[in-house]
Design a binder for this molecule. Structure first.
Ligand code: HEC
Ligand code: HEC
Length: 410
């Protein structure tokens, strides 16, 4: 049986190409899939999830398989206007509906389309960080599809907890263009958090599925595209990680009530400049963040590499596709600077606890390493105390062994 959504031609949202029809064999997905598309160019063309072209093109997924992935994704997750949450995702479809679709309101005091109203111009409809504003920002907005989050209370590789995301939306990421949404209601924030999870789960499932296709030997080989495979092997490993986040909180020892702050700051400083923690390596001898340059976030590294690789590429068809992606579907990678610690502005929050989490687990996706395993948990508090004192530390105050910090540098 053929899956043949009727799509309007020539009037799609920019870059959000609809998947074309393919012979997708799985009956269960057809039950889920009821699509009504108006034909012709109406005022608002339906929105589509843009396929992950960087992954698809870099690893050379054929156009036919790319369509297969898009069709399966459509069946499993619906469209930006009409999201589907399979029970295995653990997502609340009612919350998703509040966040999804175009901005509209048919009940007084209630508005739908929150994601498109507040987030899509930066994070993109697909959560691919390719919204129209994105290219102007530094750092770029986050691409949710790799499922990597930086500012959270869980161990480095774990997902953020629900309350981490709520907190992020309320506070924003200070020092970046990610704004605070503290003025939205709890219900609206809940809906947006659910929608971020949905886009991220969708994005990682798409990664997995493309990965499975890459592993096939020949063009004729097929994947077992039934429910067991798609849900059991592609989706569940992702949703399990989200479900585990609540139990993966970093254990934090109490800061001793009778702590000698001066001694703690001095100890923290020794660790900061010492070989074990070696914060100085990246944050620099002045802690202005000038110790290390030219490193990238994890998701930018493949693009940097890919740019080098295609210099030697012979296949002209592939080259044309790669350039189309690199010039249109991927933003020019920017280096990630170690933070200037003299400013007292922290993207992940400025509570001592936030700094504890950041130093214990490092920053997932970024070069900032975890102190966990190298520095005993109690000593991390000393580093936190030293970091918190840095904006107030006077020139050379704490010792002559370090170059003077010129005031006009910060
Ligand atoms: C003006 C642009 C802009 C808007 C609007 C915006 N963001 Fe962001 N967002 C960013 C930037 C930039 C970052 C990356 C910050 C960083 O990497 O340090 C980010 C990061 C994030 C992250 C990742 C945080 C982490 O821990 O790694 C999430 C989640 C997020 N935004 C959700 C949202 C949601 C939901 C909305 C809408 C309610 C939204 N953002 C609106 C710019 C924006
Ligand atoms: C390998 C390089 C590297 C080392 C070593 C390093 N950092 Fe970082 N650090 C970074 C980078 C890069 C960032 C920016 C991360 C981001 O925004 O994604 C950062 C960010 C931070 C932040 C800001 C967190 C926020 O919420 O904005 C703090 C605080 C910090 N580092 C403290 C430390 C301390 C303390 C040490 C030593 C225990 C350390 N760093 C070691 C590279 C490093």
């Amino acid at each position: 049986m053929k899956l043949t959504p009727t799509v309007p031609t020539g009037c799609n949202g920019i870059g959000n190409q609809p998947p074309r029809a393919t012979g997708f064999q799985s009956a269960w997905s057809l039950v889920l899939l009821t699509i009504f598309f108006a034909t012709g160019c109406g005022a608002t063309p339906p929105a589509w999830f843009r396929p992950n072209m960087v992954k698809a093109t870099k690893e050379k997924l054929s156009a036919q398989r790319e369509q297969q992935v898009a069709t399966i994704m459509l069946a499993m997750f619906g469209t930006p206007d009409d999201p589907v949450a399979l029970p295995e995702t653990g997502l609340d479809e009612a919350k998703l509906r509040l966040a999804a679709g175009p901005v509209r309101s048919n009940i007084v005091g209630r508005k739908n389309g929150l994601y498109r109203e507040h987030c899509a111009h930066c994070h993109g409809i697909t959560g691919d960080a390719l919204g129209p504003t994105a290219a102007f920002l530094n750092p770029y907005p986050r691409d949710y599809r790799p499922g990597v989050f930086k500012f959270k209370s869980t161990e480095r590789a774990d997902k953020p907890t629900h309350s981490d995301l709520v907190r992020l939306l309320k506070n924003g990421a200070p020092g970046t263009s990610m704004p605070s949404f503290a003025l939205l209601s709890e219900t609206q924030i809940e809906a947006l958090v659910e929608y971020v999870k949905y886009l991220s789960i969708r994005g990682e499932t798409e990664f997995n599925l493309m990965g499975a296709f890459f592993e096939l030997e020949g063009e004729e080989d097929e994947l077992p595209l039934g429910r067991d495979f798609l849900v059991g092997e592609m989706l569940t490993p992702v949703t399990e990680k989200w479900a585990a986040a609540a139990g993966a909180r970093i254990p934090v020892p109490e800061m001793p009530a009778d702590l000698d702050l001066v001694a703690s700051v001095a100890k923290g400083r020794a660790l900061f400049y010492g070989d074990k923690a070696n914060c100085v390596k990246c944050h620099g001898p002045t802690a202005l963040g000038d110790g290390q340059a030219n490193d990238f976030d994890d998701w930018n590294k493949p693009i940097v590499e890919w740019k080098k690789e295609i210099a030697g590429e012979k296949d002209s068809k592939f080259l044309a596709r790669a350039h189309r992606v690199l010039d249109g579907d991927a933003l020019k990678p920017r280096t990630i600077q170690p933070r200037n610690l003299r400013l007292g502005i922290y993207r992940g929050g400025r509570r001592p606890l936030d700094l504890y989490y950041r130093i214990h687990a490092g920053v997932n996706g970024a070069p900032m390493p975890a102190a966990k395993g190298t520095i005993p948990p109690e000593d991390i508090w000393d580093i936190v105390n030293y970091v918190r004192s840095l904006p107030y530390e006077l020139d050379g105050e704490l010792g002559a062994d370090r170059p003077m910090v010129a005031r006009d540098r910060f």
